[in-house]
Design a protein around this ligand. Structure first.
Ligand code: NAP
Length: 590
């Protein structure tokens, strides 16, 4: 058993978690893992920049005490061939916040990817990827400055759960037999088989983190990105559980997009965050065409994998995109690229990805001033076209510098940015507020076009149901019920449960068929006598497709949306026609 390789630095105090909230002292001990390949080069440069920013922003009042931890090739040397020592794992938990360079995944059997092991062993369930534009970075978009999102990708389940069986293996044969014979599933013989688990637990803890982040950082919206139109019980369930968290745990802070239009006429109430959802494939298009409509995103693992790289590419940032893997009590910030072994120890590559992961780490700690100082200095250095080789080859007239040279340029620039620090913060806030106002003005002036352009496509009943329902006593007369309908401008009333506990419904059409046609007096007949009961109900998550199926096969013109045994809305065939008229109709592609 190797002896301890770790030295807790004197003078530092640990970051702690108290009552679920993180407490960061002014002299925190933070862990860092150098990483393999180009890791040492970019870590050395970044540590210099982070330390200088903290020193300059807080004039010596705050200081990070770094503690080196070992993973990968360096760990192998120190811990008798162990690339993932238990001591490191424990220290990552103990220190709460750490940052790591890229790690080599040894090729060949017997090794789990170190990054995957780290996520699983520490249960780092949220992969957080902020993506915004830095002026000067080469980008393929005309308006990359409109991109400013923070993506929360679920990190532990979905097709990444590792439940996969090779074609022809005994395990695959067993599962194939079960699926075909017992579940009557249809698929080609000899298929490799994978399982995609998505749970309420995994979804809810991720979404909780995303909404909490949006509240704490005064963001405008949280978008749930899913493929629920095809994978109803995994991706569709993700969407439903996500809305459940918003409604049940953050009801005071959130409104749905539906409510934004129907209740608030497109004006976002102060202090409320809009929760909405988009189908994953449309989201790729929207992030190119209307990126400013999106803010915080929460999505299952595979969507998040694709989407985060695609969005990073929009701002030219795959090489500088930051990332973090976070659980409730541990956060590991990291460079998102690999070890680029061909450039190892050449002092050549761009430290941007690791550097900005550190910027996010500073923000996570609440040290915004130091983070902003790095952002400002970075933008100024980039403006002067002082860059590493990867950007130099895409820019005309660039001055190419080494990794360490780039760090020096940023640190030297910081002194000139100190005055600007608070001003740019204010300017940034003002710009954001301006963007919000412009979007709101569009929604208020022409809600129909705003909805369509923002990619909103309702496909479950809760998105189109009318929630202005009125329930009356069973003893009320039909005449009184008609008055209630006309006063509320509705064409049906719900009837409170009878002695058997069943709800009913009376529609204007019932008045024609069950009163006038039957030659009865509306002033004498009680609603309970003409109500249809039990109700034809659907759950809020029922797809429009399923709802229409039910209406046509059962020959009914409206269904009641019910949750927990209580009616919460009504969907009529008119609502369906109006939806198709407004939004068009895309058949499910199966
Ligand atoms: P990679 O290390 O990301 O390198 C691919 C290419 O990306 C490089 O050749 C270089 O492009 C560019 N690049 C990467 N980092 C750069 C930087 N800091 N500055 C400028 N350019 C940069 O991907 P890979 O070659 O596929 O993977 C190598 C190893 O890294 C593998 O063992 C892999 O498992 C591991 N990996 C680790 C992580 C992680 O620890 N998070 C992530 C991904 C991969 P040019 O050649 O065009 O200059």
């Amino acid at each position: 058993m190797p002896t301890s390789q770790l030295i807790y630095p004197a003078g530092g105090s640990k970051v702690t978690i108290q009552n679920g909230r993180m407490a960061v002292p002014d002299n925190p001990i933070l862990g860092y893992v150098e990483g393999d390949g180009i890791g040492p080069d970019i870590m050395r440069a970044s540590l210099r920049i982070w330390d200088a920013a903290v020193d300059k922003a807080y004039k010596g009042k705050r200081k990070i005490h770094w503690m080196e931890l070992y993973l990968g090739e360096k760990a192998m040397k120190k811990y008798d061939g162990d690339i993932f020592p238990e001591e490191t794992r424990n220290a990552l938990k103990d220190l709460v916040i750490s940052i790591k360079g890229p790690l080599t995944t040894p090729v060949g059997g017997g090794f789990r990817s170190l990054n995957v092991s780290l996520r699983q062993d520490l249960d780092l369930y949220a992969c957080v990827r902020p993506v915004k534009y830095y002026p000067g970075v080469p980008s393929p978009l005309r308006h990359p400055e409109l991109v400013d999102i923070v993506l929360f990708r679920e990190n532990t389940e979905d097709v990444y759960a590792g439940i996969e069986y090779a074609s022809g293996s005994p395990e695959m044969r067993k599962l194939e037999k079960f699926l075909k014979e017992e579940m009557k599933a249809k698929f080609f013989d000899d298929s490799g088989l994978g399982v995609k688990p998505i749970s309420p637990f995994g979804t809810k803890r991720l979404v909780r983190k995303a909404i909490r982040y949006a509240i704490d950082n005064n963001r405008e919206s949280v978008t749930f990105v899913h493929k629920g139109n095809i994978m109803k019980f995994t991706e569709g369930a993700f969407r439903n559980w996500a809305y459940e968290v918003a409604r049940e745990e953050f009801g005071d802070y959130t409104i749905t997009e539906e409510e934004l239009y129907s209740k608030y006429n497109g004006k976002q109430p102060e202090g409320k965050i809009v929760v909405k959802d988009r189908i994953a494939d449309i989201m790729f298009q929207l992030m190119l065409l209307r990126p400013d409509e999106f803010d915080v995103i929460a999505t299952p693992n595979l969507n998040g994998d694709y989407l985060s790289d695609a969005i990073a590419a929009e701002v030219g940032g795959v090489g500088i995109a930051p990332g973090a893997n976070i659980s409730d009590n541990v956060a590991v910030f990291e460079a998102t690229h690999g070890t680029a072994p061909k450039y190892a120890n050449q002092d050549k590559v761009n430290p941007g990805s690791l550097l900005f992961s550190g910027v996010n780490m500073l923000e996570y700690m609440g040290w915004q001033e130091a983070a902003e100082l790095i952002n400002l200095a970075y933008c100024s250095v980039l403006k002067k076209k002082v860059v590493t080789y990867d950007f130099a080859r895409q820019m005309e007239g660039a001055t190419e510098v080494s990794t360490s040279g780039f760090a020096t340029a940023i640190i030297e620039q910081m002194d000139q940015e100190l005055d600007l620090l608070s001003k740019t913060q204010q300017r940034g806030d003002a710009l954001k507020a301006g963007g919000r106002k412009a979007r709101e003005a569009r929604r208020v002036a022409d809600p129909q076009s705003a909805m369509l352009e923002s990619g909103r496509t309702p496909y479950t009943v809760d998105a189109i149901m009318s929630s202005s329902i009125v329930a009356v006593q069973p003893t009320m007369t039909v005449e009184q019920a008609l008055q209630v309908m006309s006063k509320n401008n509705i064409s049906s009333v719900l009837v409170q449960p009878d002695s058997k506990g069943k709800w009913g419904i009376v529609t204007k059409r019932d008045v024609m068929t069950k009163i006038i046609q039957a030659n009865r007096s509306p002033a004498e007949v009680k609603v309970a006598d003409v109500a249809t009961s039990p109700l034809k109900t659907v759950s809020p998550e029922t797809s429009l497709h399923q709802c229409v199926d039910m209406m046509t096969t059962q020959k009914i013109r409206r269904v009641v949306v019910e949750k927990g045994g209580v009616p919460i809305g009504i969907v009529s065939d008119t609502d369906i026609f109006r939806t198709v008229e407004k939004f068009g109709w895309t058949p499910d592609r199966r």
